[in-house]
Design a protein around this ligand. Structure first.
Ligand code: GLN
Length: 481
């Protein structure tokens, strides 16, 4: 039987390919097994919100046909992939973690989803997330929190907690999440997997439900750097359907994972080490030593605007969110409140009943900072601060090839620990939102565990469109694990 030769949690993209081409298993057999495993394990983490069995098996059959005809089955052939539920999938329920969209079936696919299936990837299911990707712990989902597979009393991070958890748990080989202020990197660090955010515009946002459009990215999760690089290459590239997508050609990211790193100059921003808790700081210091032993030169640098980043992000992100979320009005997409006798009451009741507390908080905050009397004092000011944060990085990259830092000041915290303190929750994004505001690529790669066994992630940030250097450093570092 198939299970004898399939250890799903240890599969990588290359292992799937080898297994298919050597006829150890077919794509349909692997898909059936992956679906069965994911469904049976889901009660432990609540990471999947829906499974796409029919669609998955249809794509798997196409992969098998290509192999039977002797054709190249594609760079993701037969690979079980999970996709965050803010990314639309034709015919497969897409909830955005919101009660409002509990029954929403999109009529089209996101570009990233089309590309991953064209590459032979198998979409097996949709993953739980914070409502409209707003959160750092996955506790803002209308469908219950996700539990961290590494320690089930802990959060997996957010907002792409489900996509990180399924890769860590072994119920998908790779997955897609979205990162607006850290939502791929932070859950990757909490769950002990690799998570990457490319340069803004590198991956089409077509079909990614808008939260804060100038910050939103789709990004890959994987169990190793090479798989993350492969998945990013598949989904990256210009898309006429997204006017902010970049036209620059996509390099072969995987080609950089075996390149040596000796002689590269890395910057360690002193502002990022100040608030890191003891064990996180220790693991990062050890990671720096390992990078030095690979021949990298590590320099102390300063990114002086770091202290303003949280305030800047939570003005810009909420301003954009307040506008983007206006479309959920009871007319389109969503369910409609039954209690409404007038149009105004329909809007009010639908939105009042449908949105969770965090979305309401952000809509109010965003509406406030955009209002006539406060626009200059908050929104305009935040845009200026954003430019200064980007300038900090541009200056740093005049002297270093990449910036290394923690992903989060602390490892995965306990479920419920921060839910009543939104400000403490916001502060957990302190090291990730700077790269988001600057639009530069950044990833999280595992760099050890705390004494309690909780994973810690090392963040590597690079110049705009220099994903190859980011992957090169991450892959070399990963080999020292
Ligand atoms: N935690 C941040 C927030 O709540 C980032 C979320 C994200 O990247 N989607 O906005």
């Amino acid at each position: 039987m198939l299970t004898c030769c399939l250890d799903l949690p240890s599969l990588t993209i290359d292992k799937v390919r080898d297994g298919l081409l050597s006829r150890q298993f077919s794509a349909v057999e692997l898909t059936n097994e992956a679906l069965r495993h994911a469904e049976s394990e889901n009660s432990k983490t609540n990471a999947y919100l829906s499974f796409a069995s029919d669609r998955a098996l249809a794509v798997a059959a196409r992969v098998d046909q290509r192999i039977a005809r002797g054709e190249d089955p594609g760079p993701l052939a037969g690979v079980p992939v999970a996709v965050k539920d803010v990314i639309v999938t034709k015919g497969v329920r897409t909830t955005c973690g919101s009660k409002l969209l509990a029954n929403y079936i999109p009529p089209y696919d996101a570009t990233a989803v089309i590309r991953l299936e064209q590459a032979g990837g198998i979409l097996i299911g949709k993953t739980n997330c914070d409502e409209f990707a707003m959160g750092s712990s996955n506790e803002n989902s209308a469908f219950g929190p996700v539990r961290n597979p590494v320690a089930v009393d802990r959060v997996p991070g957010g907002s792409s907690g489900g996509s990180a958890a399924v890769v860590a748990q072994g119920t998908a080989v790779v997955s897609l999440g979205s990162d607006t202020g850290g939502s791929v990197r932070q859950p990757a660090s909490f769950c002990g997997v690799v998570g990457a955010m490319a340069t803004y515009g590198r991956v089409s946002r077509y079909g990614l439900t808008a939260f804060a459009s100038s910050l939103d990215h789709i990004g890959p999760f994987a169990r190793n750097v090479k798989d993350a690089a492969r998945l990013l290459r598949v989904i990256a590239g210009h898309d006429p359907a997204d006017s902010t997508s970049a036209t620059a050609p996509v390099p072969d990211y995987e080609a950089s994972v075996d390149a040596p790193v000796a002689g590269l100059k890395l910057g360690l921003p002193r502002e990022y080490m100040r608030d890191a808790t003891g064990e996180t700081a220790t693991r990062i210091a050890q990671a720096i030593d390992r990078l030095k032993s690979l021949g990298c030169e590590v320099r102390d640098i300063s990114l002086p605007m770091t202290d303003s980043a949280i305030a800047c992000y939570y003005i810009i992100a909420t301003a954009e969110a307040s506008s983007n979320l206006a479309r959920y009005d009871g007319v389109r997409y969503t369910s409609r409140s039954a209690e409404s006798s007038t149009l105004a009451a329909m809007y009010r009741n639908t939105r009042g009943e449908g949105f969770g507390a965090e979305c309401k908080r952000r809509i109010m905050l965003g509406t406030y900072v955009l209002s006539a009397g406060y626009y200059d004092a908050y929104y305009l000011k935040a845009q200026k601060v954003r430019a200064l944060i980007a300038r900090d990085f541009a200056r740093a990259f005049e002297t270093v090839d990449a910036v290394v830092a923690p992903v989060s000041p602390f490892p995965a915290f306990r479920l419920g620990e921060k839910v009543d303190d939104p400000l403490a929750m916001y502060l957990s994004d302190i090291y990730t939102i700077t790269a988001s505001l600057a639009g530069i690529p950044a990833l999280s790669v595992p760099c050890g565990k705390t004494s309690e066994g909780l994973p810690v992630g090392l963040q590597i940030m690079a110049r705009h469109f220099d994903e190859p250097t980011m992957f090169r450093i991450a892959a070399a570092f990963e080999k020292t694990n």
